[in-house]
Design a binder for this molecule. Sequence first.
Ligand SMILES: Nc1ncnc2c1ncn2[C@@H]1O[C@H](COP(=O)(O)OP(=O)(O)OP(=O)(O)O)[C@@H](O)[C@H]1O
Ligand code: NI
Length: 312
Amino acid sequence: MTCILKVTDVCVHLTTENGSVRAVDNASFSIKEHETFALIGESGSGKSVLGLAVLRLLPDNAIFSGNISLDGISLTDLSEKEMQKIRGKTIGSIFQNPYLSMNPGIRVGNQIAEPMWTHLGITKEAAREKAVSLLERFSIVPGKTRAREYPFQYSGGMLQRAMVAMGTAANPQLIIADEPTKGVDSLKKQEIAETFRRVSAEGCAFLLITHDIDFAKAMANRIAVNYCGEILEIAPTEMFFKEPLHPYSRALLDSLPERGMHPIPGPSPSMIEVPDGCRFNPRCPFADNRCRTEKPPMTETNGRTVRCWKYA
Ligand SMILES: Nc1ncnc2c1ncn2[C@@H]1O[C@H](COP(=O)(O)OP(=O)(O)OP(=O)(O)O)[C@@H](O)[C@H]1O
Ligand code: NI
């Protein structure tokens, strides 16, 4: 299967008064066509920054290095104007808060139609018609009436679905969904899962950023575990949940309620003064001298990739 997204050795450091925040370091992974790839890990570990790096929407204080290519085109070399064509067309994005992502003063139908007339080169009229059918596809009925309504007239779940409709309007090849289930109840979560599956069945790949591990488990083909700005393990979902290899992955799963809710010992590390060697070493029960001084490489082992000296 061909890769749709290829992220190679990406680093994003954010300059602040207190020093440089190492939000993303040496991130490398690729997402295949039709694949859902989930990036999980604790709050502040750099997941969203990595998603923004792919969209080239990093804040002004960000220092970026590395390469990101989409379908063979290096996004890092594109001008902002070229990048705008990619955003919303080839890459769709869905952010956690539908109230923030949707413009309160524009009719929902027009918001969904907009990426189609700007990116697909169809008339506004045709785009509006397509928006109506998209709404109906996501069970927002009757589409014609609903399209003329404003976001405040929608329930939270409907807005979430409308947002997915908007993110998928221009038939993107990849969707970046950042915390799509944050603050939604389990019924709505199921609805989101269903809409994602529908879009995925049509061939769209997903970069799913979430700390909802159950949602990642239900949706993803592969899981990447992020810790303190680094990816520590990438594994096929089933393998990962059956036998996580990295000590942090294990600790993360053991901290889940269904696995006994064992907290991970020790505090989360600073993102500015990051630990030497393996970033997890201060909290790792297996850490030895080398773990404290030398950074482990990403190593292929048993069908997955792990950044740990135990497997190097
Ligand atoms: N504009 C910014 N300037 C400085 N630091 C920032 C900026 N944006 C994010 N950060 C820092 O970068 C780090 C990574 O943040 P990020 O939002 O990517 O984490 P996350 O894994 O998505 O967390 P969450 O699960 O809470 O969304 C954090 O330490 C955060 O405080
Ligand atoms: Ni985030």
